[in-house]
Design a protein around this ligand. Structure first.
Ligand code: 3HC
Length: 292
């Protein structure tokens, strides 16, 4: 099995920056790419904060933290293109944008570089189809937020994905300290097919007046041993992301009402309440953020 020592992560948002620091902490060199310099600076700030917390908790020395940060290169175009054994795309969840990025990945990286996407619901087969003869190197590598903490990577193979690509991806997941589990290329894969309807149902319960958000979350947290309730989790994921994944399930699975995004969820998204990232979603975080 190939020893992965260099990867590129395209997109420096919440997921991309989390993938980058997780790989660097596992001893892998990383090129973190984003078109926005500001986004790269935010990613670097997040990396410094995460490493600083590990030093404070005596999980690593300052020298180890410095060495980990030094493993990450930040670039608005490409870096480590020749060395990268994996290019993991973690950009905006938009199929046209992803396909454009994949076309660039085929041009930029070597003929044996594995082309992975961290999509949460876009068809891997459709992305693979768009890259023609490179399709056998395309695979889904779906990480979970917050990436440094969550143990799973859901690995999604499509018909075109080669056995070697799958094996290498499972090996990279393990090398990054995760438990990789493979699934097939269906709308929402496994994780979001099961999780999102539950979150959507929590919005229905709120909308129908079954209970207020705190009570819904409290019941699910204490009654089902969830680390956080479904509505607070929706805020962490992003309400727009939740709505969009429900739309993928709604459009892809063919039931007229089963996967329709709840009106309450849609209403909040349309009013700009997107969750943690806008300081207000189901819950209002603005006061806490101002006093933090
Ligand atoms: N980055 C790095 N580390 C983080 C972090 C972040 N963003 N957020 C929390 N952590 C770390 C903390 O530093 C702490 O680490 P330590 O114990 O080593 O100091 C540890 O996680 C626990 O954090 P806290 O003490 O602050 O808070 P909690 O104990 O409440 O845990 C949580 C926070 C880890 C977010 C926990 O509530 C949880 O696991 N929630 C569920 C998250 C979940 O389900 N994620 C999946 C979402 S679905 C998804 O991503 C797929 C997509 O396609 C939609």
């Amino acid at each position: 099995m190939l020893d992965v020592n260099t990867i590129t992560v395209i997109g420096a948002g919440t997921m991309g920056s989390g993938i980058a620091i997780t790989a660097a902490m596992a001893g892998i060199d990383v090129c973190q790419v984003d078109v926005s310099q500001e986004q790269l600076e935010q990613a670097r700030g997040y990396h410094e904060k995460t490493l600083g917390r590990n030093v404070a908790k005596e999980r690593m020395t300052q020298a180890q933290a410095d060495a980990t940060l030094a493993r990450i290169g930040y670039a608005t175009e490409t870096c480590k293109a020749a060395e990268s054994q994996f290019a993991i795309e973690a950009a905006t969840e938009n199929e046209a944008i992803k396909k454009k990025i994949f076309a660039g990945m085929v041009e930029t990286y070597s003929n044996d570089c594995i082309l992975a996407t961290n999509t949460s619901s876009i068809s891997i087969g459709s992305i693979a189809k768009s890259v023609g003869p490179a399709a056998d190197r395309v695979i889904g590598m779906h990480f979970f937020n917050p990436v440094p903490v969550m143990k799973l990577v859901e690995v999604i193979k499509c018909e075109a994905t080669s056995r070697e690509t799958l094996d290498q991806t499972m090996a990279l997941g393990k090398a990054m300290g995760k438990t990789p589990i493979a699934a097939n290329d269906h709308p929402g894969f496994v994780s979001n097919r099961v999780l999102m309807p539950m979150i959507n149902e929590a919005f229905h319960a709120w909308n129908d007046g079954v209970a207020d958000p705190e009570s819904i979350d409290g019941i699910m947290k204490l009654g089902c041993a969830f680390p956080m309730g479904p509505l607070r989790l929706a805020d962490l994921i992003g309400l727009d992301v939740c709505r969009d994944i429900m739309l993928v399930l709604h459009n892809g699975l063919g039931h007229p009402d089963k996967y329709k995004p709840c009106d309450k969820l849609v209403e909040l998204v349309e009013s700009g309440r997107l969750g943690n990232k806008t300081g207000w979603g189901v819950y209002d975080y603005r006061e806490a953020a101002a006093t933090a």
